[in-house]
Write a protein that binds this ligand. Sequence first.
Ligand code: GTP
Ligand code: MG
Length: 223
Amino acid sequence: MKDKATPYDAIDASFVGAITAGSDPCSLPLASVEVAFAGRSNVGKSSLINALLSRKNLVRTSKGPGCTRQINFFDIRARDDARLVLVDLPGYGFAKRSKAERAQWADLIEGYLLKRPSLRAIVLLVDARRGLEEDDLELLDFVEKRRGSALPPLHTVVVATKVDKLPRSKAVTQLEALRKQSRRPVLQFSTVTKVGYEELWRAVRKAVGLGPAHASPTLPQEA
Ligand code: GTP
Ligand code: MG
């Protein structure tokens, strides 16, 4: 539960741009490391970013799937002056789309994951009630594909969302199952109770090499 100030709290947060289907994934030059939030449509990516930034409506959310349709970038300055960019990805697994539209979106997300040098970490959101599904496993494969390329490796953080929808004992078993399935540590999060706020910030900052009270690494300008 977030009930006190932490070094991670976003003092400034603003929308800085987007990449749309068909555009070059490197077309948006940004001077900070990026963390992208990925997962199935409606899992709660945009809501989780709002919760991490303690903002209600900076990022657009919706009750129905298919809300986020482009890759949106948010520039953050934390209380300890660290700078980073949070990236809201469109969700996958939304059945009500044409095949062509789904292919276009897959290109957009894959191009971004495989080509963007300032991207350092992926937060994979999974509904605590459902566990990892095929699309999520494909995404983890993509993350692995970047290894061995000239780009920095991507760290992954797995987060079980909407834990407020499960009774406590069920949440514990689901988290354990997800740990086994993903073979990674799994954090829990709820935008309703804010459980997991500080743990997730800590994991995100560690994944991009920014501990609390560290200066932000400077990146070379992208072409
Ligand atoms: P796309 O943009 O379509 O990929 O969806 P998204 O993953 O960004 O989901 P979004 O943040 O728009 O949230 C979808 C719905 O889930 C909204 O109605 C949110 O209020 C709800 N939601 C998100 N997180 C939580 C949570 O932790 N608990 C509960 N109970 N509802 C949540
Ligand atoms: Mg969204």
